[in-house]
Design a protein around this ligand. Structure first.
Ligand code: 13P
Ligand code: SF4
Length: 328
């Protein structure tokens, strides 16, 4: 193991102070060198780190410049004033950042950081859906490849899916590829929604029995569920919303005890901001999000691995779907 630099520990001490409730001191000692090196590399390379809410606290609170849900990361990507963007998240997020910043270098620290939803559908599948349902607009979740976005009419995220569906002014839309998100949105609108069979491998694991057990074991607990959870879970939860909406709910309502039915790092990151709230923590890990580490963020900034590239013709059409979403 490399020796721990006391200089790095001293320089990163103010950062550690923020996260000390969720990261033990001995563990931070193993992070300090990489955090210190990343902060230095960012300055030297005029780089920013965009991190999703599911990144571990040492990334989220230690080295990220911009954090948020998929919608916030896409929105903020349009405003970045830097030469290099490192996306601490999964591949579709890095592609979206590249679509919105074709001239900048966009890096993903691990190319295998995928997503079960993005994997569930191809561009050819979208063309088939268009043939089967002529005239119905295709709303595509941002958790898809650029090639799938290129075949779509407009993108959405869990934060704006209802607004996007309702903005189209039609009776029937196709919503791809998350079956549960589509069902959860359909429950809130008169618009008829035809879904695909994709699932998030993290959120599909929660069920209604989990919610009942939580209420029984933790009286008074407030239960928040991500809309990628099965509809039976959302129906029994107290609130459902994107990761940013869940974090906003905790900030606004200050529940005494809360559970976030979503990816594990979310509770750690939100707990840092709200020391007065008790977090009950049944959660599921996203193996794709967890591929991103301080070590590979540092490596990305040192070596430019891995640069995200998108075929220009696909990028042109995919960008239109993302920009239509952002314009709303
Ligand atoms: P949001 O952060 O947009 O809610 O998305 C959750 C998710 O699963 C991203 O992969
Ligand atoms: Fe994909 Fe689910 Fe992981 Fe998000 S949490 S990246 S939707 S598999």
């Amino acid at each position: 193991m490399a020796a721990i630099s006391s200089g790095a520990l001293a320089r990163t001490a103010p950062l550690y102070d923020r996260v000390k409730r969720v990261i033990p001191e001995f563990e931070w000692a193993t992070f300090a060198d990489d955090v210190d090196a990343i902060l230095d590399l960012k300055r030297k390379r005029n780089a920013v780190v965009l991190a999703h809410n599911y990144q571990t606290p040492e990334i989220f609170h230690g080295v990220a410049d911009i954090v948020g849900d998929s919608l916030a990361l896409a929105r903020e990507a349009t405003k970045v004033d830097a030469d290099v963007i490192v996306l601490a998240g999964v591949h579709f997020m890095a592609e979206t950042a590249k679509l919105l910043n074709p001239e900048k270098t966009v890096l993903i620290p691990d190319l295998k950081a995928g997503c079960s939803l993005a994997e569930s559908i191809t561009a050819a599948d979208v063309r088939l859906m268009r043939e089967r349902y002529p005239g119905a607009p295709i709303v595509t979740y941002v958790n898809t490849s650029a090639a799938v976005k290129a075949e779509s009419d407009i993108c959405c995220t869990s934060g704006n899916a209802l607004a996007i569906v309702q903005s189209l002014g039609v009776e029937h839309v196709i919503m791809l590829p998350d079956e549960y998100l589509a069902q959860n949105i359909a429950a809130q609108t008169k618009v008829k929604i035809t879904a695909w069979k994709g699932r998030c491998e993290v959120h599909e694991l929660f069920n209604a029995e989990d919610v009942r057990q939580l209420r029984e074991n933790h009286p008074g607990v407030t239960i928040l569920a991500h809309p990628e959870c099965p509809p039976e879970v959302v129906a029994e939860a107290d609130f459902s919303g994107s990761t940013a909406a869940m974090s906003g709910f905790v900030g606004k309502e200050h529940p005494a005890r809360v559970v976030l039915l979503t990816e594990c790092s979310m509770s750690d990151n939100v707990a840092v901001l709200h020391p007065d709230v008790e977090f009950i923590r049944p959660c599921n890990l996203c193996p794709h999000m967890k591929r991103i580490t301080l070590k590979n963020i540092r490596h990305a900034l040192e070596t430019n691995e891995h640069e995200v590239t998108i075929d220009p013709e696909i990028a042109e059409r995919a960008r239109r779907s993302v920009e239509r979403m952002l314009a709303l």
